[in-house]
Structures are given as C-alpha cells and as structure tokens.
Design a protein around this ligand. Structure first.
Ligand code: GLN
Length: 541
C-alpha cells in the first residue's frame, strides 16, 4: 500500500496549537474514509516525557504500551479515536540512544557513524515503521518546536529527505501565527513570511500555510502571503481562535482543506462525514444544565495556562462526559494547600456538584487533599479520585474510619505505622538505587470488575484495560479491614491481585481508581466512570 505523509512544522512562535492543528487535519482526512495515524517528534534530549516537569511541559500522556509521551499524543488519540503506541512518539534522546546502541552492536559495520545521514535515517525508519504498523493511508508527523531552531533541524532534514525520495506522497504544512498588535489593530504577515523563508533555507517548501490568529484572515492578507511565500491563495488556510478546539476540523473544511490535500496527493476523495463530530462540538450551545466540578490538587499556583495543560486529558474527559449528559461544565481549580492554612475554606467545597482529585506526586498540599476527601465522604459530595486521588482516599479512610491515625502512603511518610499505600515490592529496588526513569507501573493493565458495584455498573462489562502511571500501590494487608467498614474493592488486577478501584457503599458516588481513565476517554466515546461521576454530580443538584 502507499503510505502518505504530512509533516506539520511550526513558525513564528510556539504554543499556537500545532498539536490540535495536526489532530484536526488528521480528523478531516479520516472523515474522508482514510486510515490516519499520527506521530509526535519532541526535539528534547530526554528519552521520554516521564522525566519532564508537567508544569513546564504539560501532561505526560501514557500509551497502552506504557510509553510516557507528550500531551499532543492525547490530542491525536482524542481526535482520531485511535490507540497510539510508543512507536508514534520520538525524542532526540531516543533517536540518538538507538543509533548509539546500534553503533555499539557493530551494526554500522565499521563505518563512521555521523549525525548526517545516520540520525535522519533513524528518524525516517521510525516514521515509516509507525505508518506501516498502523496500515495508514496518511501519517501526520508533527515536528516540535519552531523552524529556525537548532533543536529540530535533523528532523526537518529527515522530512526533506523523505520528500526528495517520494515527492508525490509527502506534504508540508507550516503552522504560523498572525499577530494583531494592539496599537495597529491589523493582522501582520511579516513574521510568517520570515518563517517560510527559514523553512525554505532548510530545503523545504510548504504546501500549506496554516495561519493561526485571533480572527479569520481576510483576502488581502491571504493574497499577500500567497505572493510572498510562494503558495497558492487557497493553500493559505485561516485558523482563527475558536471557543472549542473540537470546532477546528469544521473550520478547515469550510475552506475545503481536505479536498485540496487529497487532490495534491492524487487520491479520489470520498464524501466527508463529520456530522457526529460537529454535533458533539456544539452541545454546549444548546445545553440547558451546567455541572460544577471542583478539581482539588497542587500545581495550581503557577498560572492558569500551565495548570490546565498539566491536566488536559482529565479536563477533556470531564467535558466529554458533561456533553454526553447534555450539560455544560464549569470547572474550578482548588489549591489543596488552602485547606492546610485555612480550615474555613473547606466549607466552600459544598458549592460544587462533584469533586475530582487527579493524579500527582510528592508531599506538597497532601494533607489538604486528605482533608478535602474527608469532607466529600462525610458530606456525601460525589468524589472521583484518580491515581493519587485514589491512594489518598484510602489513606483518609484508614485514618478516619478505621482509626489508624498514622496511616499514610510511604511516598510521603516512609516510616508510617500503617502503610496503606506502599511500594510495589518489584519497584523497591529501583527507587532505592535512584533509578527513577521509567520505573513506574506504566501502560495498560487488566482490571476485573465486581458486578453490581458503581464501577461494575458504569462499565457494564466484566473486565477492562486501563492505563497506569504510578510507583505506589494499595497495600492488600488492609483489604479486609476496609471492606468491613464500607469501602468496597470493586476492581482488581486479575494477574497480580493489585487493587485498582475502591468505592464507598453508603455514598452517592465515591470512587477511586489507581489507573488514569482520562487517557482512554474520547470525545465521541466518553469514559464510563467519568460519565457516571458527572451524572452523579448532576443528580446531586
Ligand atoms: N504519586 C503516586 C504514585 O506514584 C500517584 C501517581 C499518580 O497519581 N500518577 O503512585
């Protein structure tokens, strides 16, 4: 089969939504009956995103096969509704690591191993393998960073070489930005002209220029960019800010983008079908109810932008679940540290229809989270704990219901008398020796559900597979004591016996999951537990 590739590169500045653009273009091509996959190239030297600070870098998105990747992979999975693999993600570190390992294994047969061509060759191999594995008609390849940086030059080189070898089946898309300086009130194209020249100097000519900006681009600017950047006017695509990222595919289709791409590839286009997708992107406009969810945790003090990026999959899963319940969502961020310094603040939690505690690490703000869990348990506020949020719910229950005041997770208190959350014995050694990279329980694991429980009913099946990313585990020594007092173990890993889901029996909705269900929630297939949580929150109203 013929594999076709679309490289997406950024110009002018970062943070303009290259990932969503890549995902959206994949979506419109998929809506034409094509099989689409996507690859993210992260120019960092880190081997994976697991060691990157989420406040700086955004969420660590985990694949089924246990890779710790960039949050854009989550956008691809959500837009394309596909499960991507480790092979869909690469970093500079990973590429060099392979080349160096191969050199050590004498696989280059005595040749000098050089940055060029050996690094781009490895990149190309990886891209092709991912396309073949997915049997993809179209492979979207997003190159991180912006053109003109040192960091991504070898990836651009790989793309250039692929185009040289097969020009009919490789296209380039420059995602740029048209600023509107306040004192001018006019959209400026010059930075995009420069970005295009910079891309040209890497030997690459863009087939399309996607112009991000506050508003739609007008005709004069389209014509200007066409002449100065040497692309046809219809290949200059406007990507204005919209109130929901899920509307972007439709914005592209208004401009006939999938038609133009397919024509350039010489593929006979099928008629597009985006009906369900578009309906989903518009639910907010007709929804009459609103569900108010508070998210309690740390990491919240560094400004809104960063904060929402660190939890993007959780936010998207909540949105999808709300829309599926025909409701709008109002999300608020509650810094758990506030509960540690000001006990009165806790009462404010009553104004929420539901409280979610997402995953996290470390000690900061933890007592505040535990106090918030107690409040939700006692006041019967729907509670959904994810990963750390599940572990801390177990700690709270052990302390305040079982009366084990010193109970804790060993992550925070190594010497605790009641280590209700402890180190998975298999991980103990790694942690002792400071081997933190890739030492967690990562990726998809089976979970057997107990019928009749909240989780069992929500999923409506006997067994599921969910993605994990954590070092610590529920300590099975406490199972019996907890169950006697009304905490139900409703999901267990059938291979290891590890506890995956806990819930309360005398509460409208109190569920903690050791895994990260948000990674498997898709806009048109919201995650069952998120759906059940939002429904319980709406019922509380
Ligand atoms: N810090 C906890 C652990 O490592 C939870 C991790 C998480 O929430 N992702 O087990």
């Amino acid at each position: 089969m013929i594999h076709r590739y679309i490289f997406v590169v950024g110009g002018v500045m970062s943070g303009v939504g290259k990932g969503v653009t890549t995902a959206s273009i994949g979506k419109i091509l998929q809506s034409r009956g094509l099989t689409v996959t996507a690859i993210k190239i992260d120019p960092y030297v880190n081997v994976d995103a697991g060691t990157m600070n989420p406040v700086e870098h955004g969420e660590v998105f985990v694949t089924d096969d246990g890779d710790e990747t960039d949050q854009d992979m989550g956008n691809y999975e959500r837009f394309l509704d596909v499960d991507l693999m480790s092979m869909n993600y690469m970093t500079t570190g990973r590429v060099y690591q392979t080349v160096i390992e191969r050199e050590r294994n004498l696989e280059y047969k005595g040749k000098c191993v050089q940055v060029v061509p050996h690094i781009p060759e490895e990149v190309i191999d990886r891209i092709r393998r991912a396309a073949e594995n997915a049997k993809a008609d179209i492979t979207m390849v997003e190159i991180g960073g912006t053109v003109g940086e040192y960091e991504n030059i070898l990836f651009l080189e790989a793309a250039r070489i692929m185009h040289l070898a097969d020009p009919d089946n490789v296209q380039f898309m420059l995602v740029s930005y048209l600023p509107v300086p306040a004192h001018l009130g006019e959209m400026k194209t010059k930075p995009t002209q420069h970005a295009t020249r910079t891309l040209n100097s890497a030997g690459i000519h863009p087939d399309f220029i996607v112009c991000r900006g506050q508003h739609y681009m007008d005709q004069p600017r389209r014509e200007k960019l066409s002449v100065f950047c040497n692309v046809k006017p219809e290949d200059v695509i406007s990507a204005p800010d919209v109130d929901s990222i899920y509307k972007i595919p439709a914005v592209f289709e208004e401009q006939g983008l999938s038609d133009i791409i397919l024509k350039k590839f010489g593929i006979k286009p099928k008629k597009a079908d985006l009906t369900k997708w578009i309906a989903m992107s518009q639910v907010r406009e007709t929804a009459t109810k609103t569900v108010k969810i508070g998210v309690v945790g740390k990491y919240f003090s560094t400004g809104d932008y960063t904060l929402s990026d660190s939890y993007i999959s959780v936010i998207e899963a909540l949105k999808s679940a709300a829309w599926d319940n025909k409701a709008k969502i109002q999300l608020e961020w509650i810094n758990s540290e506030d509960f540690e310094t000001n006990g009165k603040k806790m009462g404010e939690l009553s104004q929420y229809d539901g409280i979610l505690v997402p995953g996290g690490f470390g000690t900061r703000g933890i007592e505040g989270v535990i106090a918030a869990v107690k409040f939700c348990r006692e006041q019967k506020i729907p509670y959904f704990g994810i990963c750390y949020g599940m572990q801390l719910a177990a700690v709270e229950f052990a302390r305040n219901v079982l009366g084990k005041e010193g109970a804790h997770t060993v992550e925070v208190d190594e010497q605790t008398v009641d280590p209700i959350i402890h180190v998975n014995p298999r991980q103990m050694e790694n942690i002792r020796e400071n081997r933190y990279g890739g030492t967690m329980r990562l990726g998809a694991y089976d979970c057997e559900l107990v019928p009749g429980t909240i989780a069992g009913k929500a999923y409506g099946v006997k067994s599921v597979s969910e993605r994990h990313r954590h070092r610590y585990e529920f300590n099975n020594d406490y199972t019996e004591a907890l169950e006697e007092r009304g905490m139900k173990i409703s999901g267990v890993n059938p291979q290891t016996g590890l506890v995956e889901i806990i819930e309360l029996t005398d509460h409208p909705f109190f569920v903690g999951v050791q895994f990260h269900p948000e990674f498997k929630s898709r806009p048109l297939r919201p995650h069952p537990i998120f759906k059940a949580f939002v429904k319980a929150a709406l019922d509380k109203k």
